[in-house]
Write a protein that binds this ligand. Structure first.
Ligand SMILES: Cc1cc2nc3c(=O)[nH]c(=O)nc-3n(C[C@H](O)[C@H](O)[C@H](O)COP(=O)(O)O)c2cc1C
Length: 359
């Protein structure tokens, strides 16, 4: 850690934070560990155990758990030769990430010899872009059950010619991706907080663990946990791979992941119709999910979203919510705390009393 923390040697129990490690140092440490060990500790876990000893415990735990790793994307090294090759390059520091993004590396820039053909002019509906976007702030008022019903309706199947049809495709029509809901205390009217399975044929919620609470450390402290604290609910898209492997064998995870993407797009496009906003969350600490949702060994967590009623109380809110939070952890935490307090001030006494009671 010499270059990162500027010290020659470190005791196993020395707290990096007492050495003056900043949040950027913490990300550098995580990057370095990933490069050396092909294992990326969650930044949040590093904050909880910011010592060499803590890191080794995390690593040992990860090695122990890796066989039953729930998220396929967490350990893609070796899955595809291109990815293995690209992962040999160290991950970017936060300072360089913006520059990388600005280059728009996803666009081809090697075709200057080709003469591009302009497509016929058609109107560009900018409203569509504004409609489907990530929301990272939510109203603290409860979401109405009808709003939730309208949202989940997009995943509901419909019987056509005696067949169950969905608004998204699934390899072989197998539909292995299941939707699970976590309701935050007091945030969806008439629904007890806890976990539920959404049945797409019956359009019903099956309670799994009522009154259970999702551990906030499921979400990383810097970016996603503040969103979780405001969100009214979380959705988890989980693949039941046993519903696919007899037919698609090793392609099953790939196909199920594509299906989770289709579902996500459908949810994001449906949310504004019911005045709800959603934010996709790719990286989560999934250790508690299996138990919370009563999953079996063939379930694989594929993706997740946080959601709530759209917050239209402040103009700044509308602008700011479209930007991923940035800055050091302390700055972000302070801003978040101040903003939450300001918004709690805007609630009626009745709403505050209810929230306090539920929490
Ligand atoms: C696979 C995936 C994972 C994502 N994970 C996160 C996340 O963890 N936290 C977050 O705030 N946004 C997350 N996003 C949302 C992207 O940041 C967002 O889609 C992107 O910045 C474009 O902004 P827009 O959705 O508002 O158009 C994720 C998006 C995708 C597709």
């Amino acid at each position: 850690m010499k270059q990162v923390l500027g010290v020659d040697s470190l005791d196993a129990d020395t707290d990096f934070l007492t050495l003056g490690a900043t949040s950027i140092d913490m990300i550098r440490i995580v990057n370095r560990i990933e490069k050396e060990l092909s294992y990326r500790p969650a930044i949040d876990e590093l904050y909880r155990t910011p010592t060499v000893a803590g890191l080794s415990r995390l690593y040992a735990k990860q090695v122990g758990e890796s066989v039953s790793s729930q998220i396929g994307i967490a350990n893609l090294k070796g899955v595809h030769p291109v990815l293995s090759r690209l992962l040999d390059v160290p991950a970017l520091d936060p300072a360089d990430r913006d520059a990388f993004k600005q280059q728009q590396p996803g666009l081809r820039s090697d075709l200057e010899d080709a003469v591009a053909i302009a497509l016929p002019a058609v109107n560009l509906d900018e409203g569509l872009y504004w409609q489907r976007r990530s929301h990272r702030q939510f109203s603290l008022k409860p979401v109405d059950q009808t709003q939730l019903s309208e949202l989940l309706q997009c995943l509901r199947s419909c019987q056509l010619n005696e067949k169950h049809k969905y608004r998204y495709g699934s390899a072989g029509g197998l539909y292995p991706v299941q939707t699970y809901l976590y309701v935050q205390p007091g945030r969806i009217s008439g629904l007890t907080h806890g976990t539920y399975y959404y049945h797409p044929i019956e359009h019903r919620l099956y309670p799994l663990r009522l009154n259970a609470e999702l551990d906030p450390s499921t979400y990383d402290r810097l970016i996603n946990r503040p969103i979780f604290h405001e969100a009214a609910f979380s959705l988890f898209l989980v693949g039941q791979l046993a519903a696919m492997t007899p037919i698609y064998r090793e392609a099953s995870l790939h196909y199920a992941t594509i299906e989770a993407g289709l579902i996500t797009q459908l949810l994001e496009m449906s949310a504004p119709i019911c005045n709800l906003g959603l934010c996709q969350v790719g990286e989560i600490n999934s250790s508690s999910i299996r138990q919370l949702f009563k999953l079996d060994d063939n379930h694989v967590l594929l993706h997740s979203l946080l959601g709530g009623a759209v917050d239209t109380t402040t103009v700044e809110g509308v602008v700011a919510q479209n930007e991923v939070r940035d800055g050091s952890f302390d700055q972000v935490a302070d801003q978040e705390a101040a903003r939450l307090l300001q918004r709690i001030d805007q609630l009626s006494d009745e709403d505050v009393a209810r929230l306090l009671e539920e929490n």
